[in-house]
Design a protein around this ligand. Structure first.
Ligand SMILES: Cc1cc2nc3c(=O)[nH]c(=O)nc-3n(C[C@H](O)[C@H](O)[C@H](O)COP(=O)(O)O)c2cc1C
Length: 182
């Protein structure tokens, strides 16, 4: 089983972020979880037990050591589903049993894969992920970024070149190479 999981969210299942996520997944030999397939209710101060898929998602993710959130940049921000996912981690802070699971995060790593219409990944976009990782005791590793161009191609660059494995990860792929599009 892979140690990496790509937690992918987008308003379209087979768009730019999907292509980028699959390219990175091949490189890392990572699993992909499409977060939007799961029902995750918004955080609610008055609700302690939600009837939704959040616990199932956490159960899946806790099996992996490296969580890579793959998201398009929508108005300088991540998707609503990823934001809701983070909000709901708050439930785990309020519940003693769940706190034990939350402590497992202290040994885990987090990265981000963004896609947008600009060449460089934006620090402001990745800041909430970095700060959340820090708060949860996770180690933030990498910000991968993909430029989506009008020609229907995306390039994937890792703007952190400190690590040899990830530093070598630079590619140019075409949409028709995306398995979901073939
Ligand atoms: C609602 C919406 C908001 C967007 N906001 C931005 C933005 O703030 N900055 C940017 O560079 N691109 C922006 N884009 C472009 C997307 O980030 C880009 O096309 C991305 O690769 C889309 O990924 P997807 O195909 O998975 O949706 C936006 C696109 C949409 C649909």
């Amino acid at each position: 089983m892979s140690e990496h999981i790509i937690i992918f969210s987008s308003a379209r299942r087979t768009g730019n972020t999907s292509i980028a996520a699959q390219t990175l997944a091949e490189k890392l030999k990572a699993e992909i979880l499409f977060l939007d397939d799961y029902q995750i209710n918004a955080y609610d101060y008055e609700v302690s037990e939600h009837k939704d898929d959040f616990t199932e998602v956490m159960g899946i993710l806790l099996q992996f050591e490296h969580w890579v959130f793959a998201s398009p940049v929508y108005w300088y921000n991540t998707t609503a589903q990823i934001k809701t996912f983070f909000d709901r981690i708050t439930d785990y802070m309020d519940d003693e049993t769940l706190q034990l699971q939350l402590r497992q995060l202290r040994n885990k790593r987090m990265s981000v894969l963004s896609t947008s219409n600009v060449l460089q990944g934006v620090d402001a976009f990745v800041a909430p992920f970095k700060l959340t990782a820090e708060y949860l005791g996770m180690t933030f590793k990498y910000h991968f970024h993909s430029l989506a161009t009008s020609s229907g191609k995306i390039s994937i660059n890792n703007i952190n070149v400190s690590n040899r494995l990830y530093g070598n990860f630079t590619g140019l792929i075409q949409k028709n190479k995306c398995p979901e599009n073939t």
